[in-house]
Write a protein that binds this ligand. Structure first.
Ligand SMILES: [Zn+2]
Length: 325
């Protein structure tokens, strides 16, 4: 984990390994301090607080959750006196998307040798993928702390001499997707609307909405974008994400018209320039999402997580790449 200054008053803590749970956090060093996203467990959150302590004395007055996923909100409980801001849909969604027990369900029993083998027979993907977050993340002691201040489309925070704009752009990755724009410093904290060197995942929403959100980020003309995962970038990060989404949607459509299943399409799609991004087998979720749109299914239809992990595992095996999520 590394602290980096991205403008006069904006900082980022980057989880450089860029594994599934390795989300980034931001800090705006004005008006009592604003932290953006709180990491995926308490030890990572404490590390992040320690690093921000180098540039901001004491705990920040405000926390922004860019969306409802656990890897961005599970450190909330360490910010006891802070106002926690998020889009109005986020608290309800968090109860489902970021319930530590729910998230672990498909992985239950994986740590126990006697149950691992039979479980691997039923859900090979879940078992293969479960090893990863257990490396140095601990979800046991997490109490879900929900946002305390909600907003609709936009909220402007006045930090004395600096304005901070919270703009709801979801649903694209998740329902609550919010970007944090600091116009005077030309910085955007993008949450998981932008992932860098890492395959994105869209849990709810549409391709169209996501592409529009990226258009909006580009139109803000930021000098620096702090993505939800991966290294800091400029607008090329937004453009690359658009190109990936457009490419996958186009490829998916061609295979959909041929009558192939989303899984079979994933085995055939050439990843081209994206094959060195982390977690290439997440492609399954993006192709399946495109298929849902072609079948006119609701954009918020739930995912069967164990089944999806198994499909990702099958795609990885078929392509001869590491099974990871
Ligand atoms: Zn994330």
């Amino acid at each position: 984990m590394r602290l980096t200054q991205v403008s006069d008053n904006c900082f980022a803590v980057l989880n450089e390994e860029n594994r599934g749970c390795d989300a980034n956090s931001g800090l705006i060093n004005r008006g009592g301090g604003v932290v953006i996203d709180t990491q995926a467990d308490l030890s990572h959150a404490r590390q992040m607080i320690g690093l921000f302590g180098e540039v901001w004395p004491g705990m920040p007055k405000r926390v922004i959750n860019t969306h409802e996923d656990g890897d961005h909100v599970w450190g909330n409980q360490l910010f006891e006196d802070a106002e926690i801001l998020a889009h109005r849909t986020t608290p309800d969604r968090m109860k489902r998307a970021a319930d530590p027990k729910e998230v672990q369900k498909p992985l239950e029993g994986v740590g126990h040798v006697p149950t691992r083998l039979p479980l691997a027979g039923i859900h090979p993907g879940a078992v293969a993928i479960a090893r990863q977050p257990q490396q140095d993340y601990d979800f046991d002691k997490i109490n879900l702390v929900l946002p305390t201040s909600l907003f609709n489309d936009r909220l402007v925070l006045d930090l004395g001499d600096t304005e901070v704009h919270l703009i709801h752009v979801g649903p694209c990755h998740q329902a609550g997707d919010t970007i944090v724009h600091v116009p005077a410093e030309r910085v955007v904290f993008a949450g998981d609307v932008i992932l860098r060197q890492c395959t994105p995942v869209g849990w709810t929403g549409t391709y169209e909405k996501w592409l529009k959100a990226l258009d909006l980020i580009i139109s803000l003309d930021p000098e620096v974008i702090v993505p939800g995962h991966g290294p800091v970038c400029g607008i090329e990060g937004a453009m690359e994400m658009q190109a990936y989404l457009e490419y996958v949607r186009e490829e998916s459509e061609a295979y959909f018209r041929q009558g192939l299943s989303s899984l079979e399409a994933c085995k055939r799609i050439d990843l081209g320039p994206y094959d060195d991004w982390r977690f290439p087998a997440r492609l399954y979720l993006n192709v399946e999402r495109a298929y849902r749109e072609f079948r006119d299914e609701p954009a918020d239809a739930p995912w069967d997580s164990a089944k999806s992990l198994d499909a990702i595992c099958e795609v990885a095996k078929a392509r001869g790449i590491e099974v990871e999520f």
